[in-house]
Design a protein around this ligand. Structure first.
Ligand SMILES: CC(C)(COP(=O)(O)OP(=O)(O)OC[C@H]1O[C@@H](n2cnc3c(N)ncnc32)[C@H](O)[C@@H]1OP(=O)(O)O)[C@@H](O)C(=O)NCCC(=O)NCCS
Length: 170
């Protein structure tokens, strides 16, 4: 299993089931969850945290809790995980950041670490990102990391776009 790591401003470590109280802050913020299927109840966040821990146990990678390296404050979550899209199993990069820290590059920092983990740590040569068509900030994060738009799709009953990052031949 890939362990904890640090980026310029963040410490990243695998989500554990016991992280649910900290995650409830994100899951209960409508600004954050409006683009992620809506608010989650406490029970749903508990289930989410358990599922993330299980993903790490089964696959050796997954989503991290991200904390400010200097202060230890919770900044967000993200990383890579398996996701079935239109019947195809893909590895998806995902990210969510606490509202007060938006616009400071933290999602990009988390997602970049996810792509690096996928390529250098797991040996994957393709990672996808899916987001609501209207989620301009999320699309911009994918653009900044050289993901290319592939297609429109319907996910969870809503119009999404799929972007993909593929390792180039050396
Ligand atoms: C999407 C989200 C993760 C972005 O987090 P962030 O830390 O603010 O992202 P970054 O600062 O790394 O990058 C955001 C970029 O989008 C740009 N941006 C912000 N709002 C935008 C909009 N409406 N349209 C286009 N670009 C936008 C920012 O200017 C920035 O680009 P820049 O660095 O070139 O200036 C954050 O808004 C969030 O947590 N949203 C709710 C959860 C979510 O939607 N997650 C993604 C699901 S796929």
């Amino acid at each position: 299993m890939t362990g904890p790591l640090t980026t310029d401003r963040l410490s990243l470590r695998p989500i554990r089931a016991g992280d649910w109280p900290e995650l409830c802050g994100l899951d209960g913020d409508l600004d954050v969850m409006a683009t992620l299927g809506g608010l989650r109840s406490e029970k749903e966040t508990v289930g989410y945290a358990m599922a993330q821990e299980d993903h790490w146990r089964r696959h050796g990678f997954g989503w991290w809790m991200a904390h400010d390296l200097e202060t230890g404050a919770f900044v967000g979550r993200g990383g890579i995980r398996y996701l079935e899209i239109d019947g195809v199993m893909e590895v998806e990069v995902g990210y969510a950041v606490v509202r007060e820290r938006w616009g400071r590059g933290f999602a990009t920092e988390i997602a970049r670490a996810g792509v690096e983990l996928a390529y250098d740590g797991v040996g994957l040569t393709r990672v996808v990102g899916i987001t609501l068509v209207t989620n301009g900030a999320s699309r911009r994060v994918l653009d900044k990391l050289d993901f290319a738009y592939e297609r429109d799709l319907t996910h969870a009953g809503l119009p999404h776009v799929l972007y993909a990052w593929e390792a180039r031949a050396p």
